[in-house]
Design a protein around this ligand. Structure first.
Ligand SMILES: C[S@@+](CC[C@H](N)C(=O)[O-])C[C@H]1O[C@@H](n2cnc3c(N)ncnc32)[C@H](O)[C@@H]1O
Length: 375
């Protein structure tokens, strides 16, 4: 079986490393994702364990698509019977690049939907229903030039939805991007961890989950649990049991999550409770300016505001003042590492230090930089 695992642009290296740790054979990088050949068990394992992946796509068809007719014919020939039964619902999404006849992704998705529905009607005697919000089976078409690839999405809901985000605050990071920041920044469980601008707590929660070796998919469901053919589910039950047994009782080192905004901390705490790691994180309302070094040194990891309006108690505070404050704080954290996800080049300039790593990645459509300093 051939899989394509999607992730945020710039995080492919972190995803490849995760797959190798999960004993996936020879994952190959591509922009926005990683491919591998393996078993359905491998695909389910990636759904359960990957912190960085967004979707795990199983290829079910690969064919040339010059126009609407060839796209229809190719999709109609795909063998999808194991996924669909009497009441299975479906949805189709598509991306298209550089195909002159099929440049509208909504149209391409509609053609694939028609083809699949017609093929299933011929086979099963009735048409499956479309449910765009909560389908049992999600089909994904990637059209690049005239090469069409049709996939079934194993995850269903994207994998960054770990089901612990029960409370919101300003500008939260996607869970998978936070996990990539920790992985690419080399943040380990064996040193204390501080996020002084924690917002909804994503970096601290992801760090706590990783430190306790908690599989990020343990608390959520997956698309493959809703397929008509359920013969793979005993294997998944075994994978889940092994993941449960692999959890550590507590994080090996202290984790501190602070924010100046009084309303952010209860949200972050509720999210940590939903993730099952509230006991591992100490939450405090505090200004980043008051952060003091402590022994032993650890990692300071943060995602400071970078927009026009500052999330925080004083939206009018100039960004350069806040960045100068962060630079002063780093000056007194000798022996620590700093891992900073930063969407504004002014911050790197304010820090006035040589970074050890500067890595480009994308927070949705926004280009950001991951900066790592040894202080
Ligand atoms: C981009 S958000 C962080 C989002 C967070 N990574 C998440 O996933 O939810 C920046 C955070 O910095 C906080 N902040 C702004 N000024 C601060 C200051 N002076 N001290 C501490 N936190 C501050 C804001 O309240 C906001 O929660």
């Amino acid at each position: 079986m051939r899989f394509f695992v999607t992730c945020a642009r710039g995080t492919e290296g972190a995803l490849r490393r995760e797959l190798v740790v999960q004993r996936i054979h020879a994952p190959r990088g591509a922009t926005g994702g990683v491919s591998f050949d393996g078993t359905l068990e491998d695909g389910m394992k990636v759904c359960l364990w990957s912190r960085v992946a967004m979707r795990v796509l199983l290829e079910v068809g690969s064919f040339p698509a010059f126009d609407a007719d060839t796209l229809y014919a190719g999709a109609r020939a795909a063998d999808l019977h194991r996924f669909f039964g009497g009441k299975t619902t479906l949805a189709v999404t598509a991306t298209t690049h550089e195909n002159p006849e099929l440049h509208h992704s909504g149209f391409a998705a509609l053609k694939v939907k028609d083809a699949v529905v017609d093929a299933l009607r011929d086979r099963m005697g009735h048409r499956p229903d479309v449910d765009v919000k909560n389908p049992d089976v999600s089909l994904v078409l990637h059209l690049r030039g005239r090469d069409a690839r049709l996939f079934v999405d194993l995850a269903g809901e994207p994998l960054h939805r770990r089901s612990y985000r029960v409370a919101m605050a300003d500008a939260p990071l996607k869970e998978s991007l936070a996990a990539a920041v920790l992985a690419l920044g080399g943040v380990g469980a064996e040193r204390p961890f501080v996020d002084p601008m924690t917002g909804t707590g994503t970096l601290a929660i992801e760090h706590a989950l990783a430190s306790r070796n908690i599989a990020p998919g343990l608390r959520r469901g997956f698309g493959f649990e809703r397929w008509a053919d359920q013969s793979h589910l005993p294997v998944f039950t075994r994978l889940k049991q092994a993941a449960q047994d692999a959890r550590l009782a507590k994080a090996p080192c202290p984790i501190l999550a602070r924010d100046v905004l009084t309303s952010a901390i209860p949200s972050a705490r509720r999210n940590a409770q939903a993730a099952g790691v509230a006991e591992d994180i100490l939450f405090e309302v505090a200004d980043v300016a008051t952060l003091a070094s402590r022994d032993p040194p650890g990692t300071i990891c943060m995602n400071p505001p970078y927009g026009e309006r500052l999330p925080g108690p004083d939206p009018e505070q100039p960004l350069d003042e806040l960045y100068a404050t962060i630079a002063h704080v780093l000056d007194r954290m000798r022996g620590w590492s700093a891992v900073i996800l930063c969407g504004n080049p002014l911050l790197a300039r304010a820090i006035r230090r040589k970074h050890e790593i500067s890595h480009r990645l994308w927070n949705g459509p926004l280009e950001a930089r991951l900066l790592v300093y040894r202080l």
